[in-house]
Design a protein around this ligand. Sequence first.
Ligand code: TRP
Ligand code: ZN
Length: 483
Amino acid sequence: MSRNRRGLALLVTVALALAGCTADPKPREAPRPTPAPGETPSVTPGPAGVGDPYFPTAGNSGYDVDRYILKVRYDPATDELRGTATVRATATSELALFHLDLAGLTVRRVTVDDAPARHARDGAELVVTPAAPVRVGSAFTVEVGYDGRPVPLRNETIGDGGWLHTADGAVALGQPESASTWFPVNDHPSDKAAYDFEITVPKGLVAVANGVPKGQRAASDGWTTWRWSEAAPMASYLSTVVIGKYRTSTGEHQGKPVFSAVASTLPRGAADGSVARTLEVADYLESVFGPYPFDAYGGVVVDEPRIRYALETQSRPVYSADFFRSGENTGVVAHELAHQWFGDSVSVARWEDIWLNEGLATYAEWLWAEHQGRDTAQAEFDKRYASSTDRIWQVPPGAPGVANLFSESVYERGGMTVHALRMTVGDDAFFRLVKTWAAEKRNGNATTAEFVSTAERVSGQQLDDFFAAWLHGTERPPPPTRR
Ligand code: TRP
Ligand code: ZN
């Protein structure tokens, strides 16, 4: 395996294995009879949890967030965060009370449409009782004032997430949950929203977030405010803030702003060079998947030993410095950029469908390698198909279980599934399919069932048996053959 091809999946697997055991964790709360994501709730409005069986308390039902306006001041010297979150939402049921996810921190003040609201904490939930119920269908604005020292969420099985105090700043990052450690949020990908960020940090530090850079302003009091705006709908786990000493680079590409940052503790070199190739990789992926879905480009490389992975944070992935220790690595850049189409623009509606993200992103690594003159995607497939162990075939990527959310099966068998599909339907239908999928589901949420029906429609083939074997079978499917 060449340097660039060293597997992201392997690194993730190792990092997550290091994080703890692999036993199924106890759900933090028994699943309730809440509706499936996207359905109208039929139970009491405002329960905790959007109804994702893998993460029963994640997200909330009863409303749909349109925009978060997050104003946060953070002092790395004391690890104190002070924030005001403005959450603009639309009620999807009558709301006598509603929940937001918020882990830790102290809530000082809550208003709903400018009127003071009662608020209480229930574990990692903020429970808000507006002065008067919010009527179904109406738009409403929640403002929350809060402060405290953020504490990351621990997940022994799939890794920690959230606001992490680093040597010279902080990094807010994690999947499937991280946002609720630093702002009140409907913390589930089924409720995507626009974001505005205003991050105030001591002068001399950089504060990067998602989307278009909106400038920075130094106040006379020694603090600098960095503003960012992500206009396209974004899942909360794709939000990030990175604060610290960074080498930044800016530019423009296809009329869109580019902003990248590399931890200044790293020697100038492989990390800077790899992230600088973001535009070239994005243009290649655009030729395969269709138009780049967002208004900005970039990447951030963090030098923090507890962050051993990369994440496809929207418009600006965050990479562990570990990926670049032994030289340039555009494989991981291709992976995280592929997620901008698959994961970020087209998002899962429930975590069970994670293979839609990771299978396509892994496959994009193979396509990029072939484009670079390395092994072909076919060779990558053949190698894995021949040498795969039982472990990969015993875990069905289409329903991996929460403990195997980021397992080898989801990444590697997920990638193999994509290639096997290409072999089955042929190149013409396959490349039309990936473009159609990205275009039709752009800025939305999607399920595996919808992917299957799109594949059948575009190819004109019946693919039930194919997907049953590749996504749900517990043994190695027969080698794919073109019909
Ligand atoms: N989704 C990330 C990727 O494929 C990897 C990942 C899995 C991750 N679990 C995570 C990143 C937890 C951060 C936190 O690139
Ligand atoms: Zn990935």
